[in-house]
Write a protein that binds this ligand. Structure first.
Ligand code: SF4
Length: 222
């Protein structure tokens, strides 16, 4: 392992011999998320966290990856960032069950700090591996607008490792027949250092959700 995460140990405490890629197959095309071994993130996660929400949603929100609580509960956006997202959705006139919520990467990547598991940003190769699942979610014909929450989500949604969040703010980007709106990840609104930044980030998230709703309604009216 290379991520600072604990390796499995044998009964006598020695590090288990674990060939780095023996249980990873980037070419795998699994039918079920739980069977996915396309990258190594499954090894240290509790479970894969699938997307959730309205089956025929016109708006799909894409985050980065499950957090600690999401990993334990098997549901996306159930932690503090999820609560903030629900608040922003309400302020934008939307409800969680109006939309579909998912992540670019379906397994929790973390590093140990004492007893805590701290989020670690997924590598581009892991985002690329997990696009196998994201593309299936975004390929649904009802999807009109995709909201990328944060830089990792934007890169995944646009399939562009050079995409920059700063360049995408306040724009509507074409993705085939779909529109993409980019904003901050809700967790950034929670951990920003000062109240003004937290407020500004939150307002930008609300504004992006309002734009997404407007775009979806425009499409529906055609
Ligand atoms: S993170 Fe994605 S690609 Fe990697 S094992 Fe999990 S589901 Fe598969």
């Amino acid at each position: 392992m290379t991520d600072g995460q604990p390796k499995k140990r044998t009964r006598d405490g020695a590090r288990a011999q674990q060939p780095e890629q023996a249980d990873v197959d980037p070419a795998q095309q699994p039918a079920k998320l739980d069977d996915c071994r396309r990258c190594a993130l499954w090894r240290n996660a509790t479970q894969a966290v699938p997307g959730e929400g309205q089956r025929h949603a016109a708006i799909v929100l894409v985050g980065e990856q499950p957090g600690d609580m999401e990993d334990l509960q098997g549901k996306p956006f159930v932690g503090p960032a999820g609560a903030l997202l629900d608040k922003a959705l309400a302020e934008a006139g939307l409800k969680r069950h109006d939309v579909y919520v998912t992540n670019a990467v379906k397994h929790f990547k973390w590093i140990a700090r004492g007893k805590r598991r701290l989020h670690k940003t997924p590598a581009q190769r892991e985002v690329d591996a997990c696009s196998y699942w994201l593309e299936q979610e975004l390929a649904k014909p009802d999807v009109q607008v995709v909201v990328a929450l944060g830089a990792t989500a934007l890169k995944a949604v646009l399939d562009d490792s050079h995409a920059r969040l700063q360049d995408a703010f306040d724009k509507t980007i074409e993705r085939g027949n779909q529109r993409v709106v980019a904003t901050y990840h809700p967790s950034f609104a929670l951990r920003a250092p000062d109240p003004d930044t937290r407020r500004n980030v939150y307002e930008k998230i609300v504004a992006a959700l309002q734009t997404a709703q407007k775009l979806a309604l425009e499409r529906k009216a055609r």
